[in-house]
Design a protein around this ligand. Structure first.
Ligand SMILES: C[S@@+](CC[C@H](N)C(=O)[O-])C[C@H]1O[C@@H](n2cnc3c(N)ncnc32)[C@H](O)[C@@H]1O
Length: 298
């Protein structure tokens, strides 16, 4: 099975409007589908820096002297680019979330389909795993995670059932978690709700929204004038952060106005929201929730 089937590949890279001798960043390398496409568009003098926090992605590193894979979290994008003497870039692509490889590795615990440890860490050196979230968070905190990140209306009942089950015996595997909440799943929607529970825990374990915010806040400073940002998200909370940041340069409230009363924003939205077509979704189920947004540095 392939590592990952890239989503919105043509469109997300085309929208970077690549300059052959420019410097680009792929913040989420994974199987390197997007990186490969960016390299195709770059000339001999172009450079591509890719990030991935998962050590398993390193096996896909591309042997090309224009390419560097940085095995770090993109929340530290500026700091690590500086180590390579890079302060400004011409485009940044981020294809958020987990790869098919991570999702389909049973022992990583991302998927409801396989029995595996309650892990869900993208970077296995991080201390917080799904095991800690499930076995140590108090009931209120657990319910908040399920409600905020999983949009689960039954979050309180679900949290209560997890706490009840774990007082008898610690929940160690994905199937332990499934059986703890089985009876609270609405008939006919069991799989969907279960997937929402897993997704909420994953977002908490990897601090995905915090990390995304930290990353986005560094983007305007990193981009050269007219440099592009291309972001693919798979969750409405991520998409909302990206959309607001592109519009306002902020996540909450309104930007400041300049002396003429115009809003001061660092980025300009390019085109409309892009989603995969029917054909792509038919061929790649993971594309179904993808949303691509593009911005340009003013
Ligand atoms: C959806 S996959 C990207 C797939 C890639 N575009 C491709 O074509 O193969 C997301 C990848 O980003 C990585 N990732 C997720 N969050 C990250 C973060 N905060 N910092 C660095 N890498 C991250 C994951 O480990 C995963 O390999």
């Amino acid at each position: 099975m392939s590592y990952h089937n890239p989503v919105l590949l043509e469109e997300s890279v085309r929208q970077l409007a690549i300059k052959p001798d420019g410097i680009y960043v792929d913040a989420t390398f994974g199987g390197g589908g997007h990186s490969g496409k960016i390299l195709e568009a770059l000339g001999e003098k172009g450079r591509l820096f890719a990030f991935d926090t998962d050590v398993e992605a390193q096996a896909n590193a591309i042997a090309d002297n224009r390419f560097v894979l940085i095995p770090e979290n993109f929340r530290f994008i500026k700091r690590f680019l500086r180590l390579y003497g890079v302060k400004k870039v011409d485009g940044i692509l981020a294809d958020l979330g987990v790869s098919s490889h991570q999702f389909d590795s049973s022992q990583r615990g991302f998927s409801t389909r396989f029995e595996g440890q309650l892990d869900m860490r993208m970077n296995q050196e991080n201390s917080l795993s799904a095991y800690e979230v499930i076995n140590t968070y108090d009931e209120t905190k657990l319910a908040d995670v399920l409600y905020q990140y999983g949009d689960l209306r039954s979050s309180r009942a679900l949290a209560r059932s997890i706490v009840k089950a774990r007082t008898e015996k610690k929940l160690k595997s994905t199937f332990d978690l499934k059986s703890a909440i089985q009876q609270y799943l609405p008939k006919g929607r069991e799989n969907k709700v279960m997937a929402q529970v897993f997704q909420a825990i994953r977002i908490e374990v990897n601090q995905e929204l915090e990390v995304l915010k930290e990353f986005l806040l560094q983007v305007p400073d990193l981009l050269n004038k007219k440099g592009r940002l291309s972001v693919i998200s798979y969750h409405s909370l991520e998409d909302r952060l990206v959309k607001r940041f592109i519009r306002n340069g902020l996540f909450e409230g309104e930007p400041e106005r300049d002396m003429y009363g115009n809003f001061q924003v660092p980025l300009r939205k390019v085109g409309k929201l892009i989603v995969p077509g029917k054909e792509e979704i038919k061929n790649n189920n993971r594309a179904r929730s993808a949303k691509l947004r593009i911005a340009e540095k003013i």
